[in-house]
Design a protein around this ligand. Sequence first.
Ligand code: SF4
Length: 359
Amino acid sequence: MHLAVPNKYREASEKDLRQAILDAKDRLTDKMVILAHHYQRREVAEFGDFIGDSYDLSRTASERKSAKYIVFCGVHFMAESADILSADNQQVFLPNPLAGCPMADMAEIDDVMAAWRYLKDAGLTDKMLPLSYMNSAAQLKAFCGREGGLICTSSNAKAAYEWVYERAEKLFFFPDENLGYNVGHWMGIPDEQIVIWDFRSELGGIDPERLQNARLILWKGHCHVHTNFKKHHIDAVRAENPEVKIVVHPECTWDVVANADAVGSTKFIVDFIDRQPAGSVIAVGTEINLINRMAHRYPDKKIFGLSGQTCPVCANMYRTTLADLAYTVDNLETCDRIVVDPAIKADARIALNRMLEVH
Ligand code: SF4
């Protein structure tokens, strides 16, 4: 695994790096597709043949059969998902192999399996299905596929909940307790029927009787970028800009979500900003690179981050530089690929394909 790009790329000028990427695109035409997540740096996102959220990009990866090389400017779980959904002759690359997702890392498969064993012994797994957010490792996705469950993104989480509750009484959601809680709340599940499984505590830290009555079990995990936003940020922004529209991502905590004007996936946020008329004042509760790109794209609207001076940056998304991308596209034959073990891939693909069918 390359942990640092060679000096030739690190020391190259931005102009030369950009030219190297353009040359590779010309050389490879439709044999290569560059997928860029919305949270990528602007100069990297600019080279994306597709820019989107994890849902759009995983769908695109599954459809672009002509591309031998899929270069995924995002984080590790996204490239893994692209490898799971792509054909055998396709190769997936993550330009910066250190770009992970701390939230995905909060649900390690050994902890998940220990929880599931306990729930099985308690006689609960027969009436329960697992559902994992896209932001999870391939092994967790495979577990969901094996156990009859599926994957969702923030775009289709509510539809995925409905899919589960048509088939089971209880749902175990991984790894984001905030997205899981918010969707449960929108589904009308009362708080008494929602519990949080704390994998660091014995037996999840849940009273056994409460567990028996719970309809929604949430894995204790969160995104540190989106939990940055607080209710007092909303109060301050509204006090200063009475006309403001506040749009936030559903990985934010419930008190933020409940007090925003609109809530939705990254794609929803992009479309929301697009729909607002010129002169609008819009405060956004999501990753700073997306906010900055939107502010740049719409100079006729006042667009800014909800948390003021607290910069909501995803350091992992930020890891991918132009030098990483140039090095990768120049060295596709020798660069390390993201390769998911075939046994894990088969089960994970079942769960991901169910996701693609649920809207
Ligand atoms: S923004 Fe949050 S959920 Fe998304 S990759 Fe970064 S840490 Fe993970």
